[in-house]
Design a protein around this ligand. Structure first.
Ligand code: GLU
Length: 388
Protein backbone atom coordinates (compact mmCIF):
# COMPACT_ATOMS: atom_id res chain seq x y z
CA UNK A 1 0.00 0.00 0.00
CA UNK A 2 2.70 2.48 1.01
CA UNK A 3 5.27 3.30 -1.69
CA UNK A 4 8.70 1.76 -1.34
CA UNK A 5 10.45 5.13 -1.61
CA UNK A 6 9.05 6.35 1.68
CA UNK A 7 9.20 2.98 3.37
CA UNK A 8 12.96 3.23 2.98
CA UNK A 9 13.07 6.38 5.10
CA UNK A 10 13.97 6.20 8.77
CA UNK A 11 12.50 8.87 11.03
CA UNK A 12 14.77 11.81 11.92
CA UNK A 13 16.32 10.78 15.24
CA UNK A 14 17.08 14.35 16.27
CA UNK A 15 13.53 15.51 15.66
CA UNK A 16 11.88 12.42 17.19
CA UNK A 17 14.00 12.74 20.32
CA UNK A 18 13.08 16.37 20.66
CA UNK A 19 9.39 15.46 20.30
CA UNK A 20 9.74 12.68 22.87
CA UNK A 21 11.41 15.09 25.30
CA UNK A 22 8.56 17.59 24.78
CA UNK A 23 6.00 14.86 25.40
CA UNK A 24 7.66 13.85 28.68
CA UNK A 25 7.82 17.50 29.70
CA UNK A 26 4.12 18.01 28.93
CA UNK A 27 3.37 15.11 31.25
CA UNK A 28 4.97 17.10 34.03
CA UNK A 29 8.48 15.62 34.09
CA UNK A 30 11.52 17.76 34.73
CA UNK A 31 13.06 17.18 31.30
CA UNK A 32 16.38 18.58 30.14
CA UNK A 33 16.65 18.50 26.40
CA UNK A 34 20.19 18.58 25.07
CA UNK A 35 19.31 16.61 21.97
CA UNK A 36 18.03 18.87 19.26
CA UNK A 37 20.32 21.43 17.71
CA UNK A 38 18.18 24.47 18.28
CA UNK A 39 19.36 27.79 19.74
CA UNK A 40 17.69 28.50 23.09
CA UNK A 41 17.77 32.26 22.42
CA UNK A 42 14.64 33.95 21.14
CA UNK A 43 14.82 35.26 17.59
CA UNK A 44 16.39 38.75 17.96
CA UNK A 45 13.80 41.47 18.44
CA UNK A 46 14.69 43.47 15.32
CA UNK A 47 13.99 40.37 13.20
CA UNK A 48 10.70 39.61 14.93
CA UNK A 49 9.59 43.21 14.38
CA UNK A 50 10.40 42.92 10.67
CA UNK A 51 8.30 39.73 10.42
CA UNK A 52 5.37 41.47 12.14
CA UNK A 53 5.75 44.50 9.88
CA UNK A 54 5.65 42.27 6.80
CA UNK A 55 2.37 40.78 7.99
CA UNK A 56 0.90 44.20 8.75
CA UNK A 57 1.92 45.42 5.31
CA UNK A 58 0.10 42.43 3.78
CA UNK A 59 3.26 40.82 2.48
CA UNK A 60 1.47 37.56 3.00
CA UNK A 61 1.02 36.24 -0.54
CA UNK A 62 2.95 34.04 -2.95
CA UNK A 63 6.43 35.27 -3.78
CA UNK A 64 8.67 34.15 -6.66
CA UNK A 65 9.46 30.44 -6.13
CA UNK A 66 13.20 31.13 -5.71
CA UNK A 67 12.61 33.93 -3.19
CA UNK A 68 12.05 37.68 -3.22
CA UNK A 69 14.75 39.68 -5.08
CA UNK A 70 15.48 41.73 -1.93
CA UNK A 71 16.48 38.59 -0.05
CA UNK A 72 18.47 37.11 -2.91
CA UNK A 73 20.38 40.38 -3.29
CA UNK A 74 20.96 40.72 0.44
CA UNK A 75 22.35 37.15 0.51
CA UNK A 76 24.57 37.82 -2.49
CA UNK A 77 25.90 40.99 -0.79
CA UNK A 78 26.47 39.14 2.50
CA UNK A 79 28.34 36.31 0.77
CA UNK A 80 30.55 38.83 -1.03
CA UNK A 81 31.21 40.75 2.18
CA UNK A 82 32.07 37.65 4.17
CA UNK A 83 33.63 35.41 1.56
CA UNK A 84 34.84 37.72 -1.20
CA UNK A 85 32.88 36.21 -4.06
CA UNK A 86 29.87 37.72 -5.83
CA UNK A 87 27.20 35.35 -7.17
CA UNK A 88 24.71 36.21 -9.87
CA UNK A 89 20.98 36.30 -8.93
CA UNK A 90 20.51 33.27 -11.23
CA UNK A 91 22.84 31.34 -8.95
CA UNK A 92 20.76 31.54 -5.81
CA UNK A 93 17.51 30.05 -4.59
CA UNK A 94 15.83 30.52 -1.20
CA UNK A 95 14.03 27.57 0.43
CA UNK A 96 11.72 26.81 3.33
CA UNK A 97 14.69 25.78 5.49
CA UNK A 98 18.14 24.56 4.44
CA UNK A 99 17.16 20.90 4.83
CA UNK A 100 15.18 21.51 1.67
CA UNK A 101 18.30 22.84 -0.01
CA UNK A 102 20.06 19.51 0.60
CA UNK A 103 16.97 17.59 -0.44
CA UNK A 104 16.58 19.46 -3.73
CA UNK A 105 20.29 19.41 -4.51
CA UNK A 106 20.33 15.62 -4.06
CA UNK A 107 17.23 15.12 -6.20
CA UNK A 108 18.59 17.45 -8.86
CA UNK A 109 22.02 15.87 -9.14
CA UNK A 110 22.03 12.24 -8.05
CA UNK A 111 20.97 9.53 -10.50
CA UNK A 112 19.85 6.13 -9.17
CA UNK A 113 22.84 4.08 -8.10
CA UNK A 114 25.30 6.98 -8.04
CA UNK A 115 27.66 7.11 -5.10
CA UNK A 116 27.69 9.96 -2.61
CA UNK A 117 30.44 10.34 -0.03
CA UNK A 118 29.20 11.17 3.44
CA UNK A 119 32.01 11.83 5.94
CA UNK A 120 31.09 9.89 9.09
CA UNK A 121 29.87 10.85 11.69
CA UNK A 122 27.27 12.68 9.66
CA UNK A 123 24.12 14.66 10.25
CA UNK A 124 21.17 12.28 10.48
CA UNK A 125 19.30 13.42 7.38
CA UNK A 126 22.07 13.05 4.77
CA UNK A 127 21.86 9.27 4.26
CA UNK A 128 18.07 9.32 4.19
CA UNK A 129 17.98 12.10 1.61
CA UNK A 130 20.56 10.40 -0.60
CA UNK A 131 18.72 7.08 -0.45
CA UNK A 132 15.46 8.83 -1.21
CA UNK A 133 17.11 10.29 -4.32
CA UNK A 134 18.13 6.74 -5.29
CA UNK A 135 21.80 7.32 -4.59
CA UNK A 136 24.17 5.10 -2.65
CA UNK A 137 25.61 6.68 0.49
CA UNK A 138 29.31 5.88 0.92
CA UNK A 139 30.21 6.34 4.57
CA UNK A 140 33.82 7.32 5.13
CA UNK A 141 34.92 7.68 8.75
CA UNK A 142 37.11 10.63 9.60
CA UNK A 143 38.10 9.48 13.06
CA UNK A 144 41.84 9.11 12.88
CA UNK A 145 44.52 8.75 15.55
CA UNK A 146 42.17 9.64 18.38
CA UNK A 147 40.50 12.69 16.86
CA UNK A 148 38.11 13.78 14.16
CA UNK A 149 39.95 15.13 11.18
CA UNK A 150 38.42 16.09 7.84
CA UNK A 151 41.60 15.21 5.94
CA UNK A 152 41.45 14.72 2.19
CA UNK A 153 43.55 11.54 2.10
CA UNK A 154 40.95 9.72 4.24
CA UNK A 155 38.45 10.11 1.38
CA UNK A 156 40.70 9.74 -1.65
CA UNK A 157 40.35 6.00 -2.14
CA UNK A 158 36.56 6.21 -2.36
CA UNK A 159 36.73 9.33 -4.52
CA UNK A 160 38.92 7.51 -7.02
CA UNK A 161 36.32 4.75 -7.35
CA UNK A 162 33.94 7.35 -8.77
CA UNK A 163 31.39 9.49 -6.95
CA UNK A 164 28.73 11.99 -7.95
CA UNK A 165 28.63 14.07 -4.82
CA UNK A 166 30.61 14.75 -1.65
CA UNK A 167 28.70 16.19 1.28
CA UNK A 168 30.89 18.48 3.32
CA UNK A 169 29.40 19.94 6.47
CA UNK A 170 31.67 22.56 8.04
CA UNK A 171 31.74 23.14 10.95
CA UNK A 172 30.37 19.68 11.31
CA UNK A 173 27.25 18.49 13.03
CA UNK A 174 27.89 16.48 15.26
CA UNK A 175 31.67 16.88 15.74
CA UNK A 176 32.12 20.64 15.31
CA UNK A 177 35.34 20.23 13.32
CA UNK A 178 36.33 22.31 10.31
CA UNK A 179 38.37 21.28 7.28
CA UNK A 180 41.79 22.88 7.15
CA UNK A 181 42.57 25.15 4.21
CA UNK A 182 45.07 22.89 2.50
CA UNK A 183 42.73 19.90 2.76
CA UNK A 184 39.89 21.95 1.29
CA UNK A 185 42.08 22.92 -1.67
CA UNK A 186 42.87 19.24 -2.27
CA UNK A 187 39.19 18.37 -2.22
CA UNK A 188 38.32 21.21 -4.60
CA UNK A 189 41.09 20.15 -6.98
CA UNK A 190 39.86 16.56 -6.82
CA UNK A 191 36.30 17.66 -7.69
CA UNK A 192 37.61 18.83 -11.06
CA UNK A 193 40.01 15.95 -11.60
CA UNK A 194 37.53 13.20 -10.66
CA UNK A 195 34.42 15.02 -11.79
CA UNK A 196 32.16 15.19 -8.76
CA UNK A 197 30.14 17.89 -7.01
CA UNK A 198 30.69 19.18 -3.49
CA UNK A 199 27.62 20.01 -1.46
CA UNK A 200 28.93 22.34 1.21
CA UNK A 201 26.52 22.62 4.10
CA UNK A 202 27.51 25.79 5.90
CA UNK A 203 24.58 26.16 8.24
CA UNK A 204 26.95 26.56 11.22
CA UNK A 205 29.49 28.82 9.47
CA UNK A 206 28.90 31.73 11.82
CA UNK A 207 29.57 29.55 14.85
CA UNK A 208 33.35 29.30 15.00
CA UNK A 209 35.41 29.58 18.19
CA UNK A 210 38.93 30.34 19.43
CA UNK A 211 39.68 32.40 16.33
CA UNK A 212 39.16 29.42 13.98
CA UNK A 213 38.12 30.32 10.47
CA UNK A 214 36.85 28.29 7.59
CA UNK A 215 38.03 29.82 4.33
CA UNK A 216 35.77 30.48 1.41
CA UNK A 217 36.25 27.75 -1.18
CA UNK A 218 35.67 30.24 -3.99
CA UNK A 219 38.31 32.63 -2.72
CA UNK A 220 40.77 29.76 -2.35
CA UNK A 221 40.08 27.99 -5.59
CA UNK A 222 37.54 29.75 -7.87
CA UNK A 223 38.19 27.21 -10.66
CA UNK A 224 35.99 24.75 -8.78
CA UNK A 225 32.93 26.98 -8.93
CA UNK A 226 31.15 24.74 -11.44
CA UNK A 227 31.45 21.87 -8.93
CA UNK A 228 30.25 23.66 -5.81
CA UNK A 229 26.81 23.87 -4.25
CA UNK A 230 26.68 25.94 -1.05
CA UNK A 231 23.82 25.47 1.33
CA UNK A 232 23.11 27.98 4.09
CA UNK A 233 20.53 28.75 6.72
CA UNK A 234 19.09 31.43 9.01
CA UNK A 235 17.97 28.87 11.58
CA UNK A 236 21.11 28.59 13.66
CA UNK A 237 22.91 31.91 13.19
CA UNK A 238 19.84 34.09 13.74
CA UNK A 239 17.97 31.67 15.99
CA UNK A 240 15.18 31.39 13.42
CA UNK A 241 14.51 27.64 13.32
CA UNK A 242 10.74 27.99 13.14
CA UNK A 243 10.72 30.62 10.40
CA UNK A 244 12.10 28.14 7.87
CA UNK A 245 14.53 30.06 5.71
CA UNK A 246 17.48 28.44 4.00
CA UNK A 247 19.22 29.02 0.66
CA UNK A 248 21.51 27.57 -1.98
CA UNK A 249 24.23 29.13 -4.10
CA UNK A 250 25.00 26.93 -7.10
CA UNK A 251 25.69 27.07 -10.84
CA UNK A 252 22.71 28.58 -12.68
CA UNK A 253 21.82 25.31 -14.44
CA UNK A 254 21.49 23.49 -11.11
CA UNK A 255 19.50 26.33 -9.55
CA UNK A 256 17.16 26.27 -12.55
CA UNK A 257 16.14 22.68 -11.88
CA UNK A 258 16.02 23.06 -8.10
CA UNK A 259 13.64 25.93 -8.76
CA UNK A 260 11.40 23.71 -10.88
CA UNK A 261 11.27 21.06 -8.18
CA UNK A 262 10.56 23.62 -5.48
CA UNK A 263 7.83 25.21 -7.61
CA UNK A 264 6.06 21.87 -7.86
CA UNK A 265 6.54 20.83 -4.26
CA UNK A 266 6.38 23.76 -1.83
CA UNK A 267 6.10 26.94 -3.96
CA UNK A 268 7.96 29.75 -2.23
CA UNK A 269 9.39 29.94 1.30
CA UNK A 270 7.05 31.80 3.72
CA UNK A 271 6.74 35.41 2.55
CA UNK A 272 6.91 37.12 5.96
CA UNK A 273 9.89 34.98 6.95
CA UNK A 274 11.73 36.12 3.84
CA UNK A 275 11.18 39.78 4.71
CA UNK A 276 12.35 39.09 8.25
CA UNK A 277 15.46 37.42 6.81
CA UNK A 278 16.29 40.49 4.70
CA UNK A 279 16.24 42.58 7.88
CA UNK A 280 18.26 39.92 9.75
CA UNK A 281 21.08 40.41 7.24
CA UNK A 282 20.85 44.14 6.74
CA UNK A 283 20.36 45.37 10.27
CA UNK A 284 22.49 42.91 12.21
CA UNK A 285 24.64 44.50 14.88
CA UNK A 286 26.15 42.37 17.64
CA UNK A 287 23.22 39.92 18.02
CA UNK A 288 24.83 36.95 16.29
CA UNK A 289 28.28 37.58 17.73
CA UNK A 290 26.81 37.78 21.22
CA UNK A 291 25.16 34.38 20.81
CA UNK A 292 28.38 32.89 19.44
CA UNK A 293 30.38 34.20 22.40
CA UNK A 294 27.86 32.64 24.75
CA UNK A 295 28.05 29.28 22.94
CA UNK A 296 31.81 29.29 23.30
CA UNK A 297 31.51 29.97 27.03
CA UNK A 298 29.05 27.12 27.43
CA UNK A 299 31.21 24.82 25.33
CA UNK A 300 34.10 25.41 27.70
CA UNK A 301 31.98 24.78 30.80
CA UNK A 302 30.65 21.52 29.33
CA UNK A 303 34.09 20.35 28.27
CA UNK A 304 35.35 20.85 31.78
CA UNK A 305 32.38 19.03 33.33
CA UNK A 306 32.63 16.12 30.92
CA UNK A 307 36.36 15.78 31.40
CA UNK A 308 35.68 15.17 35.10
CA UNK A 309 33.59 12.06 34.31
CA UNK A 310 35.71 8.90 34.32
CA UNK A 311 35.78 7.16 30.93
CA UNK A 312 34.37 10.09 28.96
CA UNK A 313 36.75 11.32 26.26
CA UNK A 314 36.13 14.72 24.72
CA UNK A 315 37.54 16.52 21.72
CA UNK A 316 37.35 20.30 21.50
CA UNK A 317 35.07 21.39 18.66
CA UNK A 318 36.07 24.30 16.41
CA UNK A 319 32.51 25.36 15.80
CA UNK A 320 28.75 24.57 15.66
CA UNK A 321 27.16 23.90 19.07
CA UNK A 322 27.65 20.23 19.78
CA UNK A 323 30.01 18.16 21.86
CA UNK A 324 30.60 14.64 20.69
CA UNK A 325 32.42 12.74 23.42
CA UNK A 326 33.36 9.09 23.19
CA UNK A 327 31.76 7.29 26.14
CA UNK A 328 32.67 3.71 25.30
CA UNK A 329 34.90 3.28 28.35
CA UNK A 330 32.35 4.87 30.66
CA UNK A 331 29.57 2.54 29.46
CA UNK A 332 31.59 -0.66 29.71
CA UNK A 333 29.87 -3.28 31.84
CA UNK A 334 26.85 -1.02 32.43
CA UNK A 335 25.12 -0.47 29.09
CA UNK A 336 25.47 -2.47 25.91
CA UNK A 337 25.33 0.52 23.57
CA UNK A 338 25.08 4.29 23.48
CA UNK A 339 21.55 3.88 22.17
CA UNK A 340 20.57 1.89 25.25
CA UNK A 341 22.24 4.43 27.51
CA UNK A 342 20.53 7.42 25.84
CA UNK A 343 17.16 5.67 26.15
CA UNK A 344 17.71 4.92 29.84
CA UNK A 345 18.94 8.46 30.50
CA UNK A 346 15.81 9.93 28.97
CA UNK A 347 13.36 7.54 30.58
CA UNK A 348 14.81 7.46 34.07
CA UNK A 349 16.62 10.78 34.48
CA UNK A 350 14.80 12.84 31.88
CA UNK A 351 17.85 14.03 29.98
CA UNK A 352 17.74 13.75 26.24
CA UNK A 353 20.97 13.37 24.26
CA UNK A 354 21.47 11.84 20.83
CA UNK A 355 23.31 8.50 20.70
CA UNK A 356 26.18 8.15 18.22
CA UNK A 357 24.30 5.42 16.35
CA UNK A 358 22.18 8.19 14.81
CA UNK A 359 25.31 9.70 13.24
CA UNK A 360 26.86 6.41 12.13
CA UNK A 361 29.33 6.16 15.01
CA UNK A 362 28.17 4.11 18.01
CA UNK A 363 30.13 4.78 21.19
CA UNK A 364 29.66 8.55 21.04
CA UNK A 365 26.98 10.86 22.38
CA UNK A 366 25.92 14.21 21.00
CA UNK A 367 25.25 16.97 23.49
CA UNK A 368 23.85 20.22 22.16
CA UNK A 369 25.10 23.19 24.14
CA UNK A 370 22.54 25.48 22.57
CA UNK A 371 20.87 25.22 25.98
CA UNK A 372 21.07 27.30 29.15
CA UNK A 373 24.10 26.95 31.41
CA UNK A 374 21.79 25.77 34.20
CA UNK A 375 20.34 22.99 32.05
CA UNK A 376 23.75 22.00 30.76
CA UNK A 377 25.17 21.72 34.27
CA UNK A 378 22.16 19.78 35.50
CA UNK A 379 21.99 17.55 32.41
CA UNK A 380 25.66 16.61 32.61
CA UNK A 381 25.34 16.01 36.38
CA UNK A 382 22.49 13.58 35.74
CA UNK A 383 24.49 11.89 33.02
CA UNK A 384 27.37 11.52 35.45
CA UNK A 385 25.03 9.96 38.02
CA UNK A 386 23.70 7.53 35.43
CA UNK A 387 27.24 6.44 34.60
CA UNK A 388 28.29 5.93 38.17
N1 GLU B 1 19.91 20.02 12.60
C1 GLU B 1 19.49 20.02 13.96
C2 GLU B 1 20.01 18.81 14.71
O1 GLU B 1 20.84 18.09 14.20
C3 GLU B 1 18.01 20.18 14.03
C4 GLU B 1 17.17 18.96 13.92
C5 GLU B 1 17.17 18.37 12.57
O2 GLU B 1 16.64 18.97 11.65
O3 GLU B 1 17.77 17.31 12.45
O4 GLU B 1 19.63 18.60 15.81
Amino acid sequence: MIAQRVKLLNPSVTLSLSEKAKELKDRGNDVISLSVGEPDFPTPLYIKEAGKRAIDENKTKYTPVAGIPELKNALIDAYEREQGYRFDPKEIIVHPGSKYSIFLAALTLVEPGERVIIPTPYWVSYPEIIRFAGGEPVFVPYWDKGSFDLRYDLFEEEIKKGVKLFILNVPSNPTGVIMQEKELVKLLEASLKYNFYILLDECYRRMLYDGHTFPSPLKLFPEAKSRLIVSGSFSKSYSMTGWRVGFTFAPAEIVKYMNRLQGHSTSNPPSMAQYAAVTALKEEKEEVNDMVREYQRRRDICLQLLDEIPGVETTKPHGAFYLYPCVEKALKGKYSSTEEFAKALLETRFVSLVPGEAFGTPGFLRISYAASEKNLREGIARMREALR
